[in-house]
Design a protein around this ligand. Structure first.
Ligand code: SAH
Length: 585
């Protein structure tokens, strides 16, 4: 077999990016846009030792699971990888993916996986509460909104995205109508001229409140009154803002937001917890399934109101606050300071007083608080050989002798009976799993967005005294290959309290300042958010090009130096991440 050969194959699986997978002569082929059950002819584009990539040519026999995709642009856009597969089959595929990973990576046997049936959505479209439409001109010069085709910078006009709410279309028609009427220029990224870059729309599913934010390449918006008048005809309009982004880059939002009309934010609920969502805040994008997921966490945690719960990787504290009314105390840990500020604010507006949030690394905060120090000095990034830890412990001993009773109380107060983890795709650090095993909470509830790393982590926990009791897949991102999983693990000989070696005040004061952002954090974030591997030298190059100070670094001396092509995609990811960590404005 060689390149450009035409092959025929039956598709029997789906790859991580949604491609169809089939076999020919023992070789595995990935065929984009082919669906499980299809027989297709395809042209070999790339050949490796045991696998290859082939381009879909002809549908020889359509799969019984094939459906007409709702969206005419689905192949060009690339956002919905499996829209041509019936929703029932999508769910079956996702459930099998979780089970297969648990067997292949997690060491489970086929009938030993206590999974409940996957939970899908009644309406597998229109679930997104957030949309961001770029604005530009098409080849004929008409002002259009749309999406950039996958991995390109050419704009495909889109009047409507089926994953979004129907209101998006009306908002966009009104904004484009206003631009045409008043000759407001769309931004042109090739020359940096023009005003309107993006339109961000957010919708509160429970409150019906609608937010429109125009991202502009200027200081203010001319002719804003007729725009406001027009947008106010849409039911639920609650907040109209502009976000100023005058940088010539691909970052969508600017940091400065000004309110033109209404509130600075919209409100929405998950369960009975209220959230204020501003144009820049992080918020779950499928609120309906998010609530289903959190209900499962609550059900698995089986709280009776007297527990201490740790919510690790807590983001803006959504799970923490959802659980707080059912627990004695909840401690949330999150690495991004802005998210923790939001979490504290959300606690305040809901009058929740038993939730405390720390900025820090999950793998460090739990370990230090509960004094289990599994890997003190072992973490290369710390590099202080555990000296800091030792000093803290010495301080602590003196304190402890002085105030024995108060300490005993503090210790008990922070020791968790339930630990919830909701890590990014790369899963939990082993160091965190070690600490959990030492802290030995009765229950661990693991929320995962990648069942492969979940399976890896379950293998560790099962090898160290925990048992998987229940699990369920939840479809939060219908039409895409992603699936969330919630798993309950219990420990037979759990301790509700062992010795604690640090006090609450120390932790709070130690973790309050901003974290030092390391290259590793930047690389991990880029990997998680954009699924890109970026070398530290690339980050350094980009930082330098932005006029930031970069340590004295000589490429010739670095044996690990790899010359990497800085694609616009990588540059964009790095710049957005630097902004995210507040390294650039
Ligand atoms: N539980 C939240 C968010 C989960 S997303 C929710 O349901 O909305 C994962 C979060 O983990 C992100 O907010 C990310 O910033 C954070 N994170 C990544 N690495 C971390 C680490 N080592 N320690 C703590 N938080 C981390």
């Amino acid at each position: 077999m060689k390149k450009n050969d035409i092959i025929e194959l039956k598709i029997d699986d789906i790859g991580v990016d949604g491609s169809g997978i089939g076999k020919v002569d023992g070789m595995t082929f990935f065929v984009k846009d082919a669906v499980i059950g299809d027989r297709v002819s395809a042209k070999v584009m790339k050949l490796k030792k045991n696998y290859g990539y082939a381009r879909f040519m002809e549908l020889l026999e359509a799969s019984p699971f094939r459906v007409e995709p709702k969206c005419p642009l689905y192949r060009k856009c690339g956002g919905c990888q499996i829209q041509a597969l019936s929703y029932e089959k999508q769910l079956e595929y996702k459930e099998n993916k979780i089970r297969n990973n648990l067997m292949r990576i997690g060491g489970f046997v086929e009938d030993g996986i206590p999974m409940e049936p996957i939970i899908g959505m009644k309406d597998a479209y229109h679930y997104r509460n957030k949309a961001q439409f770029p604005v530009g001109r098409d080849k004929e010069g008409n002002i259009i909104s749309g999406f950039y085709a996958a991995r390109t910078h050419s704009m495909i006009p889109v009047g409507n995205c089926y994953l979004g709410v129907p209101q998006n279309q009306e908002v966009m028609e009104r904004v484009l109508g206003w631009m045409n009427q008043y000759q407001i220029e769309p931004y042109d990224e090739t020359n940096g001229l023009g005003l309107i870059r993006h339109v961000l729309i957010r919708y509160g599913f429970r409150t019906g409140q609608l937010m429109v934010c125009l991202v502009i390449n200027g200081k203010s918006l001319p002719k804003s009154e007729p725009l406001i008048d027009s947008l106010l005809r849409i039911k639920g309009m609650a907040s109209i803002t502009i976000s100023i982004n005058r940088q010539r880059n691909n970052v969508i939002m600017g940091n400065v937001v000004k309110t033109l009309w209404g509130a600075d934010y919209i409100e929405d609920f998950i369960g009975d917890v209220k959230f204020c969502i501003s144009p820049l805040s992080f918020y779950q994008i499928n609120p309906v399934q998010t609530e289903v997921l959190y209900q499962k966490v609550l059900e698995y945690a089986e709280l009776n109101g007297d527990e201490v719960v740790w919510d690790l990787y807590c983001g803006i504290g959504t799970i923490s606050l959802f659980l707080a009314r059912h627990a004695r105390k909840v401690y949330g840990v999150e690495i991004v300071p802005q998210a923790v500020e939001d979490a504290r604010q959300n606690a305040r507006i809901n009058g929740i007083e038993n939730a405390v949030f720390f900025v820090g690394k999950a793998e460090e905060v739990l370990e230090k608080t509960c004094g289990v120090g599994a890997a003190v000095g072992k973490n290369e990034e710390d590099g202080d050989g555990g000296v800091r830890e030792k000093a803290v412990q010495e301080d602590f001993t003196v304190e402890k002798e002085r105030e024995g009773e108060r300490w005993a109380e503090e210790e008990k107060m922070m020791w968790p009976q339930v630990v919830v983890v909701d890590p990014p795709r790369k899963g939990c650090q082993e160091r965190l799993l070690e600490s959990i095993v030492r802290v030995k909470p009765e229950k661990v509830v693991y929320v995962s967005c990648d069942s492969a790393t979940l399976a890896r982590d379950l293998k560790y926990l099962r090898g160290n005294g925990y048992e998987m009791k229940r699990g369920v897949g939840i479809d939060q991102f219908c039409q895409t290959v992603h699936v969330e999983t919630v798993v309950l693990l219990t420990h037979e000989k759990a301790t509700s309290y062992i010795e604690v070696t640090m006090d609450y005040d120390t932790i709070v004061s130690e973790y309050k300042p901003k974290v030092k952002v390391t290259y590793k954090m930047i690389m991990d974030y880029i990997k998680e958010k954009y699924n890109l591997n970026v070398h530290s030298t690339t980050i350094a190059e980009i930082k330098r090009s932005l006029g930031l100070k970069v340590g004295d670094y000589n490429k010739k001396d670095d044996a690990n130096y790899r010359k990497e092509k800085i694609t616009p995609e990588k540059r964009k990811a790095v710049e957005e991440t630097l902004r995210y960590f507040e390294i650039i404005q």
